[in-house]
Design a binder for this molecule. Structure first.
Ligand code: NAI
Length: 331
């Protein structure tokens, strides 16, 4: 029998956590042959709710679930984990300054960085979901210097999947036949959903999305804003944020990272920039990546037109500003 893989979910008593932990326990990420142990962290005010989630995990009698650690102690939560999905964070509340929210999250991510660095399993892979996701991941990277930068990522797969969904709805094709959209940059409304290299599988072969959707005004306008604003649209409709799709996309992110992407297909991940596509090095920025043997690689050599260039730069500028703001909270 395989050794169980230990998954950490922070903010596990929250909305995304509640959708995510049963997916992990059912083997959605690594498949039906891989036992798992769940580590769930939340803060003391949520301890009772967290215990309720633990009770439900017991009640669901998941055959793959070999243990549950539910705790408010960050060190206990991080000890021995192989994969950490960081969903817990401080939300922006009515009337709060951006700097105040940033400052709360910087201190959370700084302390989780140290706990992971000291107590997680070797080669632990980290996915940051909590907003501001890119900058939280950057802080984590800075304060966990012994965790290789290639092991620290943030979630833009939800935006990627939203873009696939919009194209599939527009063309009335299966979402599984659409591929290679790209989310560039920040997981925020400045992100750039790019379809210039996306294709659709049709009965007469693979066709560019640009050819099938001849309406450039839609592709360059409403499509982009719909994907950028989708989070807000879900909150408006549901009165809660998008938890189901965020949890599902987090599973996609980890699965593809660990098990690899399909030949000829890339996905979007927030990763540490090496300066590819003239994106400033040292930001956590969403790029198209392929994954093999548990490592991601930025897809190289894609052509970037003038329209796209501006959008890549705009979202990079926002990330540089967020980075400075985060650093100003440290001093
Ligand atoms: P939520 O408010 O329902 O849950 C957050 C949980 O985190 C709460 O249970 C809270 O007690 C906990 N928490 C707060 N500080 C913590 C700490 N220091 N350690 C551990 N746990 C802590 O929020 P929801 O809807 O589950 O969203 C979680 C985060 O994910 C938010 O920051 C949200 O903006 C972000 N998000 C990101 C998406 C992405 O695509 N990257 C998509 C959707 C949401």
């Amino acid at each position: 029998a395989k050794e169980p893989v230990r998954f950490l979910v922070t903010g596990a008593a929250g909305q995304i956590g509640y959708a995510l932990v049963p997916m992990i326990a059912r083997g959605v990420i690594l498949g039906p042959d891989q036992p798992v142990i769940l580590h769930m962290l939340d803060i003391p005010p949520a301890a009772e709710a967290l215990n309720g989630v633990k009770m439900e995990l017991v009640d669901a009698a998941f055959p793959l679930l070999k243990g549950v650690v539910a705790t408010t102690d960050v060190i206990e939560a991080c000890t021995g984990v192989n994969i950490a999905i960081l969903v817990g964070g401080f939300p922006r509340k009515e009337g709060m300054e951006r700097k105040d929210v940033m400052s709360k999250n910087v201190s959370i991510y700084k302390s989780q960085a140290s706990a992971l660095e000291k107590h997680a399993a070797a080669n632990c892979k980290v996915l940051v979901v909590a907003n501001p996701a890119n900058t939280n991941a950057l802080i984590l990277k800075e304060f966990a210097p012994s965790i290789p930068e290639k092991n620290i990522t943030c979630l833009t797969r939800l935006d990627h999947n939203r873009a696939l969904g919009q194209i599939s709805e527009r063309l009335n094709v299966q979402v599984s036949d659409v591929k290679n959209v790209i989310i560039w940059g920040n997981h925020s409304s400045t992100q750039y959903p790019d379809v210039n290299h996306a294709t659709v599988k049709t009965p007469s072969g693979e066709k560019p999305v640009r050819e099938l959707v001849s309406d450039d005004a839609w592709l360059n306008g409403e499509f982009i804003t719909t994907v950028q604003q989708r989070g807000a649209a879900i909150i408006k409709a549901r009165k809660f944020s998008s938890a189901l799709s965020a949890a599902s996309s987090a599973c996609d992110h980890i699965r593809d990272w660990v098990l690899g992407t399909t030949e000829g297909t890339w996905v979007s991940m927030g990763v540490y920039s090496d300066g590819s596509y003239n994106v400033p090095a040292g930001l956590i920025y969403s790029f198209p990546v392929t994954c093999r043997n548990g490592e991601w690689k930025i897809v190289q050599g894609l052509s970037i037109d003038e329209f796209s260039r501006k959008k890549l730069d705009l979202t990079a500028e926002e990330l540089s500003e967020e980075k400075s703001l985060a650093y100003s909270c440290l001093s």
